[in-house]
Structure formats: structure tokens, C-alpha cells
Design a protein around this ligand. Structure first.
Ligand code: UT7
Length: 342
């Protein structure tokens, strides 16, 4: 009997896009809304400004331009997409999914589409799924679009949380790569559901349906115990990054660029130090955009790509931590379409 050998199928990110609304909310603006100061916000979070939509703008309005930019970079027609995943905690509507609305807007007629609720880990979870769909041979092209209108679930009277978040979208085309080209190398994801009390939106789901009382109590907005989430996020992101590097047999020295979820500059700094990475290998966008939940990592990828900090063949590690608790990291070679053999 002759044994047959197979080369591994790799999926890779071939296009990336982003969209942010024009309107800026600066720390000076927030000083006029709640009892806070620019100095406190910058020192404790690293955030200077965030972009916000005009009230009533749905997540799909940001998802669409981000998706179109990613498709253009990947030189892929919307009609070629097999599946669309939209990680979001702020969908246009609970149902239909924002992914379905996006499918219609961009004309991705062949694609099946669904939202994924992984909070700040949504993007890493969705890319992991896209990788699995491609590596199992089922699909060739998956569009992953993190899109968030965080401003619609922020309690604008709570200084503990309202300074932290922004609106935005980041999109990636995840594609089967030509044989022999390495892309997404591995990923590790985790969940600890006992973390629910520390970061959540209490009302609006089946546990506590919307009522006048829940709205009066701001229970449709984000609530968190910042200190506990902070500690867990530092530990969680550092550990999961080391775990994924161990799985691919690489050391932190081999990492060309690290893109962490952007929730707090101090969290990013602690994680960077735990990993022993120099500042220039870590992408920071939180100063300009705040925490845009599932959009932070893909939009930071686009920014790093445009800056020339992220180049073809680079070893990129992305890592995240968020509500659930949820966490995850992926290690990948950067594979923009323009760098691939035809
Ligand atoms: O992406 C989802 C995951 N989320 C996160 O990763 C967020 C993690 N947590 C954090 O980023 C931080 O815990 C915060 C930025 C939310 C808070 O920073 P902190 O250094 O942990 O502050 P704290 O909550 O311990 O508050 C310290 C003080 C308190 O005053 P007292 O009790 O010491 O008098 C707060 O009331 O700072 C006060 N404070 C503020 N002061 C001015 C809280 N928010 C503000 C504010 N402006 N905006």
C-alpha cells in the first residue's frame, strides 16, 4: 500500500479594512459631561479621544465600508465570499443578525452569515472559526467584520465607564492560501463563565427583558468592576499569548508585531512587559479610538499595515480578553494579497 502525503491547508488574512465615524469626543468634551479630567483619563487609560456616530447610526453602517475596503485590498468580489461572521455586542437588531444585513448591503449572495457574541474576544473567536472553516476544506473565503456602536450602550452619566469606549469597525478577508504559503499558524481561545458578574449589560435579554424600570436604572448599559477586569485581562492576555507561541514553537523574540485588544494602555503595557516585548513591537491605537470592543484588533491591523509596520511574512500575534470572561490569541504570518504568488 502506498501512503499518501498531504500538505497542510493554510488560511491567511489577505485584506483588511476599517471605518470610524468622523465625529470626535475628546476628553475635554467629557469634562463637560461628567466629573472627570483629561489628566485622569490619560493617566489611567491612555485615551485622548474617541470617534462616535450620530445617534441612530447602526453597526452595519460602519461594517459596510470596512468590509468593502478589506475586499478591495484582497482583490475579492463580494460574490466570492462563502461566509460572513460579524462579531459584535451592538448589532443593528438582535435579529436578523447584522451579518445578514451586511450580506445584503455588499451583495455577498453566496454567503451564509451570522453574528458572534464574544464581546472583546469576538474578533479572535471569529478569525479562529474562519480558519477552521477553511482548513477543514469547506470554504475558501470568509469575511470577518467586527463592528460596534458602543456609544449606544454606554451610560453617559457614569464616569467609570463612559470615558472608555468608542465606535468603529474593522474587517478582514480570511482566505485559503496557495499551497506552501503559511498564514494563520495557530490559535488558543478560552472562557470562564464565572466572570459574568464583573462585566455585563444586565437588561434587554431574556433574563431581564426591557421595561421602563430597567431603562430608568441604566441596566441596558455597560457595567464593570474595573479593577477585577483589569487584573484578569493582564493575566489572561499574557498567558494566552505565551500559550499560542508555545504551540507554534516560537519565542517572543521571534514576534515581529503584537496587536493586543485596546481596553486600557496600562493593561497593554503590563502585558508587553510580561512578554518582554519592546514598545516598538506593540501597536497602540487606544489613544485615538478608545475601546471599540470587537473592532480594536482588525482596525489596528489596518493602521499597522498602512504605516508599514506590518509587512508580508511578519509573525503577528493578536490577543484579547473581555466579558464572559472570554480570551484568545492567534499567531499568524501576515499575507496581504499583493504579496502572494498568483
Ligand atoms: O474591554 C473590556 C475589558 N475592560 C477592561 O479591560 C477595563 C479594565 N479596567 C480598567 O481599565 C480600569 O479599571 C478603569 C480605567 C476602568 C478604572 O481605572 P482604575 O485605576 O482601576 O480606577 P478605579 O476604578 O480604582 O477608581 C479610582 C478612583 C475612584 O475614586 P475613589 O473611590 O478613589 O475616590 C473612582 O471613582 O478614580 C475614580 N474615577 C474617576 N475619576 C475621574 C473613576 N473613573 C473616573 C473618571 N474620572 N473618569
Amino acid at each position: 500500500m502506498t501512503l499518501r502525503t498531504h500538505t497542510r491547508i493554510y488560511a491567511g488574512i489577505t485584506g483588511v479594512g476599517m471605518a470610524f465615524p468622523e465625529r470626535l469626543l475628546t476628553n475635554a468634551d467629557l469634562e463637560r459631561m461628567v466629573d472627570t479630567t483629561d489628566a485622569w483619563i490619560v493617566e489611567r487609560t491612555g485615551i485622548r479621544e474617541r470617534h462616535l456616530v450620530e445617534p441612530g447610526t447602526p453597526a452595519s453602517a460602519l461594517a459596510e465600508p470596512a468590509a468593502r475596503q478589506a475586499l478591495e485590498m484582497a482583490q475579492v468580489d463580494a460574490g466570492e465570499i462563502d461566509c460572513i461572521i460579524v462579531p459584535t455586542v451592538t448589532p443593528d437588531t438582535i435579529f436578523p443578525a447584522t451579518a445578514c444585513i451586511l450580506q445584503d448591503k455588499i451583495g455577498a449572495k453566496r454567503a451564509w452569515a451570522f453574528d458572534l457574541l464574544g464581546a472583546c474576544s469576538g474578533y479572535v473567536y471569529a478569525v479562529s472559526l474562519a480558519d477552521a472553516l477553511i482548513r477543514c476544506g469547506k470554504h475558501d473565503k470568509v469575511l470577518v467584520v467586527g463592528a460596534e456602536i458602543m456609544s449606544c450602550i454606554v451610560n453617559w452619566t457614569d464616569r467609570n465607564t463612559c470615558v472608555l469606549f468608542g465606535d468603529g469597525a474593522g474587517a478582514t478577508v480570511v482566505e485559503r492560501l496557495p499551497d506552501g504559503v503559511e498564514g494563520i499558524l495557530d490559535w488558543v481561545n478560552g472562557t470562564d463563565g464565572s466572570g459574568a458578574p464583573y462585566l455585563h449589560q444586565a437588561a434587554g435579554g431574556s433574563a431581564k427583558p426591557a421595561s421602563h424600570e430597567t431603562v430608568d436604572r441604566y441596566e441596558h448599559t455597560i457595567w464593570q468592576d474595573g479593577k477585577i477586569v483589569f487584573k484578569k485581562a493582564v493575566e489572561g492576555m499574557a498567558n494566552v499569548s505565551l500559550e499560542v507561541l508555545q504551540k507554534i514553537g516560537a519565542s517572543t523574540d521571534e514576534v515581529d508585531l503584537f496587536i493586543p485588544h485596546q481596553a486600557n494602555l496600562r493593561i497593554i503595557d503590563y502585558v508587553r512587559k510580561k512578554l518582554g516585548l519592546p514598545e516598538e513591537k506593540v501597536v497602540v491605537t487606544i489613544d485615538r479610538y478608545g475601546n471599540t470592543t470587537s473592532a480594536t484588533i482588525p482596525s489596528a491591523m489596518r493602521i499597522a499595515h498602512e504605516d508599514g509596520r506590518l509587512r508580508a511574512g511578519h509573525l503577528l500575534v493578536i490577543a484579547t480578553f473581555g466579558a464572559g470572561f472570554t480570551w484568545g490569541a492567534a499567531a499568524l504570518r501576515w499575507t496581504p494579497k499583493s504579496s502572494l504568488p498568483r
